[in-house]
Design a protein around this ligand. Sequence first.
Ligand code: C5P
Length: 227
Amino acid sequence: PRIAVIVVAAGSGTRLGADAPKAFVGIDEHSILRHALDGVALVGDVQVVVVAPSGREGDAVTETRAAFDDRSDLVSVVVGGATRQASVAAGLVAVWPDVEIVLVHDAARALTPPDVFERVVAAIDGGAAGAIPVLPVIDTIKRVDGGEIVGVVDRAELSAAQTPQGFRRDILDAAYHDPATEFTDDAALVAEAGHPVAAVAGDPLAFKITTPADLVRAAGLVSRHPS
Ligand code: C5P
């Protein structure tokens, strides 16, 4: 395939308060990871690298086989690292040589619709070095220091970043070769390396399942749109 999707699923999910790593927590009878992979499976002919927490590789293999069925040869599982950035780096190593575009996707954004993936790929096909889905910020944002409002931030200039974040493979490889700092997303790393990153329309359904309330919301959405 020309495109690889790295699904990062190695987070602990502390904020979710569950007793399993977040990706293996159930939304309905299926886990967060399974729902995320079902979404990726709709994208078409892509290589998929699942980055699993140490010790849960076998469970990740089971989930990917269930989601990809007879296309399981396109999927591999690797073990992640202590940070999201380390987990993406582990996934990158497993990307096949012929791949030209790499998408990095949070398993926690389990209900991301396929057209978000399509918009990101289209931007890169159109010449962008990288592209990420964004949504306008709904809340008024304040800069706070020591319990005091210290600055005005113009909401119109701000966007919330989602995934999948897509990049030309050579550029992402180079950015990950020797990263200077730890960032919370890949676009920051690629921008730091000097490449412009395009913004495409995100989707509210691509929200990141982080808190127990997010899990309740995801369960409601899944029960209304059975797969
Ligand atoms: O912690 P955060 O919500 O930013 O995690 C976003 C995504 O990165 C999640 O899907 C999580 O599983 C993944 N992650 C990872 N390895 C880590 C930390 C987070 O794969 N060490």
